[in-house]
Design a protein around this ligand. Structure first.
Ligand SMILES: *Cc1c(COP(=O)(O)O)cnc(C)c1O
Length: 396
């Protein structure tokens, strides 16, 4: 037998972390790595946040799981907090981002079909989007590499260019149920939607009675410098998917909706065995305790601005490697002139710096939101040393 016990769908690297220490990871070999990947934008409080650990330990010892057959004081509390903090009136909890997006897709379809418009099932989505790995969420993306081997796709998605309002308007037809978009594309290369685009989608949605669905699984929960990125546009969605940072490392996601948008989500319409269990709710509440705070958000914006300014100055020294810097808050990307994977491996293996590659040749920088100036300085030192020592030939 040659297949590995862990299904070999990930080309895992040789680094094997065994312990987290705030914004660093410690490998099996005892070496410390600066973690500016944060479990792919998940560990927003770093790896050893006392409040999060304490909340999970306490809840684990009290009650972990009971199913959604029973009332949930913990769930009601977290849902109420999310309602108070956002555009939403109601929340469905999930265990992952893809499930949050699935619930968002179902909510958008049900909005129309609950009113008898069974033909309105199509969501207009945007090229190079990433919405997850379930059948519906891969179908929502135009990226062929995620489709290969899994055909046929689910019907009901139409792809248009990101940031193209005219393209989105032209795609609206009798089957359209809504738009689904990441305000900041994460996997697609940290590409930030323009104001005109977000306002244009909201206007089209209002004109045609369509659902505006935002996928803030990656850019949400303080990462962009506001609690959700949509706040920076002055545009409110009808439905929003959130996950990654919201559990701080514990698997948790949610689909948020207005009362109007959720009109089809009636008794029996949707469900999840684990979704919103007391343990997950304890994690989510502990994360909100830390991040749903004006001072915390202002600090994310300040750190993001400093890091972005450092990066912009730095790339001027390496015009053959880097083209530009983009992003908001602490979801930043440096677009490279080379395939970034080799550089990411070089930074990791030779400079103990963890980053992630993304689409459009982008080096993605998504640190814990609790970094301070010393971490930014350490990051810039390692990045500079990495750029100076990089021989693109070693790229795999
Ligand atoms: C990561 C991600 C998802 C999928 O989340 P999973 O927890 O991996 O299922 C969906 N949408 C966006 C924008 C993401 O970044």
């Amino acid at each position: 037998m040659s297949i590995t016990p862990l299904m070999p769908v990930y080309p895992r690297c040789g680094f094997r972390p065994v312990r987290g220490d705030h914004c660093h990871l410690v490998g099996e070999d005892g070496r410390r790595y600066l973690d500016f990947a944060a479990g792919i934008a998940v560990n927003i409080l770093g790896h050893s946040h006392a409040g999060l650990i304490e909340a999970i330990q306490r809840q684990a010892a009290t009650l972990m799981h009971v199913s959604n057959l029973y009332g949930s004081p913990q769930g009601e509390h977290l849902a109420q907090r999310l309602v108070d903090l956002t555009f939403a009136d109601t929340v469905f909890f999930t265990n992952s981002g893809a499930e949050a997006v699935e619930c968002a897709i179902k909510t958008a379809r049900a909005y129309h079909q609950h009113a008898g418009d069974d033909h309105r099932y199509e969501l207009i989505t945007f090229k190079n989007a990433f919405h997850g790995r379930t059948m519906a969420t891969i179908s929502a993306s135009n990226q062929d590499k995620m489709h290969k081997g899994f055909l046929p796709l689910l019907r009901g998605f139409k792809y248009v260019d990101f940031d193209d309002v005219a393209g989105a308007a032209a795609a609206v037809g009798p089957n359209t149920a809504g738009f689904m978009v990441e305000p900041i594309q994460g996997e697609g290369g940290v590409r930030v939607a323009s104001e005109a685009f977000m306002h244009g989608l909201r206007r089209l949605a209002d004109e045609h009675d369509l659902m505006l669905v935002l996928d803030e699984v990656q850019c949400g929960v303080a990462r962009s410098g506001t609690f959700y990125a949509y706040e920076q546009y002055g545009v409110e969605p009808d439905i929003l998917a959130t996950a990654k940072g919201i559990g701080g490392g514990f698997p948790l996601g949610a689909c948020l909706a207005t009362e109007r948008a959720a009109r089809g989500m009636v008794f029996g319409a949707h469900g999840s065995t684990y979704g919103g269990n007391p343990l997950a709710m304890a994690a989510g509440n502990a994360v909100l305790d830390a991040v749903a705070d004006d001072e915390f958000l202002a600090a994310v914006r300040a750190r993001g601005e400093r890091l972005k300014a450092c990066l912009e100055q730095f790339i001027g020294n390496y015009p053959e490697l880097f083209e530009l810097v983009r992003g908001r808050g602490l979801i930043l990307g440096a677009k490279m002139r080379i395939e970034p994977r080799g550089f990411v491996a070089h930074l990791r293996d030779n400079h103990q710096l963890l980053t992630v590659s993304a689409g459009d040749n982008t080096l993605r920088i998504v640190p814990p939101l609790v970094i301070d100036d010393s971490h930014i300085d350490e990051f810039m030192d390692k990045l500079s040393a990495g750029a100076a020592s990089y021989q693109p030939a070693e790229a795999a």
